[in-house]
Design a protein around this ligand. Structure first.
Ligand SMILES: Nc1ncnc2c1ncn2[C@@H]1O[C@H](COP(=O)(O)OP(=O)(O)OP(=O)(O)O)[C@@H](O)[C@H]1O
Ligand SMILES: [Mg+2]
Length: 211
């Protein structure tokens, strides 16, 4: 039996890590995952050993030359191809569940709507990298750009986070558009963490009922 693939998307500081932690605690103590199966938590970029090196090429601010937009896109695609082959597909084939902090939606939002690269080109690359594996559900944690900036006030920004307000606002608009897809669920992430997780739990139960 195939496992379930759950993805969290959203701009920086929208609460992805917070909610993934809450969801995994709940799922591990629930009987929703079959007894002999596990829950795997992963992320992009950097879900594999090779991916960790790619992640540092992408996000490290100490590298003097920033990658060109197309180079950046290809690095994300390479990270994803490795992630699919090494982690995501084998996990799902075992019937295990997997939660990923970011996936294809982030590439469309950041490289497409943020960097203005052609969306068709990104989708073509996505097909190559994912080889037909798509999430059962993608949660968009939606917060205003101002709130994202406020929440990250004491954190050191990585290379992408340094892009500034306008860039983030374009990315946010991209996520809004992507969330119109029937496999996405947009959640207002300015609510309390408890309200958000209860909405997420509700959607997961609904997903299992409709399978
Ligand atoms: N619903 C919430 N209300 C208020 N603060 C929150 C909420 N959810 C998370 N936070 C706080 O906002 C900050 C960012 O949250 P978190 O690290 O979970 O976001 P993230 O989406 O994983 O960010 P990044 O993309 O940078 O990894 C943290 O300090 C967290 O405690
Ligand atoms: Mg995080």
């Amino acid at each position: 039996m195939k496992g379930k693939f759950i993805v969290f998307e959203g701009i920086d500081g929208s609460g992805k890590t917070t909610q993934i932690n809450k969801l995994s605690t709940w799922l591990r103590s629930s009987d929703l995952i079959p007894k002999n199966n596990q829950l795997v938590i992963t992320r992009e970029p950097g879900g594999t050993k090779l991916g960790k090196s790619i992640r540092s090429l992408l996000l490290d601010t100490s590298i003097e030359t920033s990658p060109d937009s197309i180079t950046e896109l290809l690095l994300y695609a390479a990270d994803r191809a490795q992630h699919i082959n090494e982690i995501i597909r084998p996990t799902l084939n075992k019937g295990d569940w997997i939660i990923s902090d970011r996936f294809c939606g982030s590439t469309l939002a950041y490289q497409g709507y943020g960097r203005k690269l052609d969306l068709k080109l990104i989708k073509n690359l996505e097909t190559i990298a994912t080889q037909g594996i798509y999430p059962d559900i993608t949660f968009l944690l939606d917060i205003p750009v101002e709130e994202s900036i406020k929440r990250r006030i004491n954190r050191i920004d990585d290379r992408i986070e340094k892009e500034g307000r306008q860039f983030l606002s374009n990315v946010s608009l991209g996520f809004q558009r992507l969330s119109k897809d029937s496999k996405w669920k947009k959640i207002s992430a300015i609510n309390s963490t408890e309200e958000i997780i209860s909405e997420i739990k509700y959607e997961i139960k609904k997903l299992l009922k409709n399978k």
